[in-house]
Design a protein around this ligand. Structure first.
Ligand code: ZN
Length: 316
């Protein structure tokens, strides 16, 4: 098993801020930075490996060249997942993402099912999580009238977990810092953008027609059962397993042994310690490469780690 540390990529966004520097000490420019692409093989920004035998390689190339050796022979033709940290210093647009079938036909991209773990949130922070319309007609009319009662909103707080399958209307509200796992896709259909203008006085494009093709009607509420195991030396949280990813969190208090053969996408959100012999700290993102046989991987220290793996076995 190799531990491949990755260099984060930062994206300027109209709604971004400076929390990625303040909270994670990332060397970002003095601009509104909204997104840290922590683990990405997407064409719009692929992570660079920082250490070891693959140092300097980009994750998209690594995946296509060493899929069998490092990624359990994952059936996906491109690196399937994208891990981000989002600093919502202002409201994000109200948006929806297509599913795989629509995205492949119209965008040559994967669809996007995503989920959020709230790293931190202001007291009044909210998200939009669905809508109240029953027909496309009602949806369009309310959007055109800027009728904000269309949206289902809810308050969020630190440590919340939210699951947003493809086709579900959503938005992250101002004042939250979010860890996100999603399918590797950059396709967003904006429905409403608060009539904002960028530095050049331009509004961002809206994509109401495509959004209407894909939104769920009526909007389904999605409930997630978080499973927690408390142990003297760690707490283990199981958040979600769907057809794309399985997300867990480990709060290591002393040590935690992960028994796995599957490749894992890991992000340290708090504290510091070790994975086997490698020192790790808050703000680090790395991949534990896949193996043919199950191995014991030892985490030691005091830290919060998010871990994502693919939902199935492989090596077939
Ligand atoms: Zn989204």
């Amino acid at each position: 098993m190799e531990v491949l540390f990755l260099e984060p990529i930062f994206k300027e966004r109209i709604w971004g801020g400076q929390k990625l520097k303040k909270v994670f000490n990332y060397p970002i420019e003095d601009k509104p930075i909204g997104e840290c692409w922590a683990i990405s093989g997407h064409q719009n920004g692929s992570s660079k490996v920082l250490n070891g035998p693959y140092e300097g390689m980009k994750l998209d190339d690594l995946f296509s060249n060493f899929k069998t050796q490092l990624f359990n022979n994952d059936p996906s033709d491109k690196f399937p997942l994208l891990v981000k940290i989002l600093d919502a210093n202002d409201d994000l647009s109200i948006q929806v993402h297509p599913d795989d079938q629509y995205a492949m036909t119209h965008e040559n991209d994967y669809g996007k099912t995503e989920c959020w773990y709230v790293i931190d949130a202001d007291e009044d922070a909210i998200i939009i999580d669905g809508h109240h319309a029953f027909t496309k007609q009602e949806f369009i009319e309310k959007v055109k009238q800027n009728d904000l009662s269309l949206w289902k909103t809810r308050q969020i707080k630190k440590d919340d977990f939210i699951y947003i399958p493809a086709k579900k209307v959503h938005a992250i509200g101002k004042g939250s810092l979010i860890y996100e796992v999603q399918q590797s896709s950059d396709t967003t259909y904006r429905i409403y953008d608060y009539d904002r203008k960028d530095d050049h006085g331009n509004k961002r494009d809206l994509h109401l027609d495509k959004a209407l093709d894909v939104i769920d009607l009526p909007s389904q509420d999605v409930l997630v059962d978080v499973n927690v195991i408390h142990h003297a030396s760690y707490d283990f949280y199981h958040y979600i397993k769907n057809e794309y990813f399985e997300l867990t969190r480990v709060d290591v208090k002393q040590s935690f042994t992960l028994k796995t053969h599957k490749y894992q996408l890991c992000s340290v959100l708090e504290g510091h310690g070790y994975v086997n012999d490698h020192e790790i700290k808050k703000g680090d993102h790395f991949i534990l490469t896949g193996q043919e046989k199950v191995e014991d991987i030892l985490f030691k220290g005091n830290m919060r780690i998010m871990m994502t793996q693919r939902p199935y076995e492989s090596y077939v």
